[in-house]
Design a protein around this ligand. Structure first.
Ligand code: PGA
Length: 249
């Protein structure tokens, strides 16, 4: 039985004061959450979040990391630093990193390896654009993204890692994939991995992301291959995020 995960991706939002309010509401609401819950703030607020959530069931994750371990890399943040700050998870390959910052498959795989070396759990994101979906290429695209990772780390490299299927056209648009559309891709990803290792595939958590809201979370999370969600906009509103967490119970 795979335990569900709900991960909040705050993206580049927040301030000390705004976070305080959000975090105190999350603390108050975190008492009876049955799923794994994490929030991923911008780097400067990681310590604030880790402090505020200490002793609760909610843990801290990062939105990105450097593929380099240490050294003269101005502006970069290493996996070891994130672990040092109390992060347990790190998002890798979000479509905004792939498209806006030009992160290639090779860079993302290197980030995955760096995260693992520091003991962080990678949440590796995959997803097709609208044009790719309309051209019938969804599975081809996500398989290629996953294959770039498998070629380096092998299927055993996915033990205790997390995948997130996030159709690019659904991110921040209010236009979620339907439960059936999402389930189809999740099942295909698990099927591809099953052919390599049945046990790894059966244990792997695959999250769905893209316009998950309190109102559609449950119908997505009851799909057999959807193991929780990666939540953007709705993770900034405590009551919405907590409702999504409850939908995963
Ligand atoms: P959204 O973002 O929930 O605002 O669509 C999801 C994501 O980017 O991870």
């Amino acid at each position: 039985m795979r335990r569900k995960i709900v991960a909040g991706n705050w993206k580049m939002h927040g301030s000390n004061a705004q976070n305080r309010d959000l975090l105190s509401a999350l603390r108050a609401g975190s008492v009876s959450l049955g799923c794994e819950v994490l929030v991923c703030p911008p780097y400067p607020y990681l310590a604030q979040v880790a402090d505020a959530l200490e002793g609760t069931a909610i843990v801290c994750g990062a939105q990105n990391l450097s593929q380099h371990l240490e050294g003269a890399f101005t502006g970069e943040v290493s996996a070891a630093m994130l672990a040092d700050l109390g992060c347990r998870y790190v998002i890798i390959g979000h479509s905004e990193r792939r498209t806006l910052f030009g992160e290639s498959d090779a860079v993302l795989v290197a980030k995955f390896v760096a995260a693992r070396q520091a003991g962080l759990c990678p949440i590796f994101c995959l997803g097709e654009s609208l044009a790719q979906r309309q051209a019938g290429k969804t599975l081809e695209v996500v398989f290629e993204q996953l294959n770039s990772l498998l070629q380096v780390v092998g299927v055993e490299g996915l033990v205790d890692a997390v995948l997130a299927y996030e159709p690019v056209w659904a991110i921040g648009t209010g236009l979620s994939a339907t439960p059936e559309e999402a389930q189809e891709v999740h099942a295909a990803l698990r099927g591809m991995l099953s052919a390599l290792d049945v046990d790894v595939a059966a244990a792997l958590r695959i999250l769905y992301g893209g316009s998950v809201k309190a109102g559609n979370a449950q119908e997505l999370f009851v799909q057999p291959d959807i193991d929780g969600g990666l939540i953007g906009g709705a993770s900034l509103v405590a009551q919405d995020f907590l409702a999504i967490c409850r939908a995963a119970n």
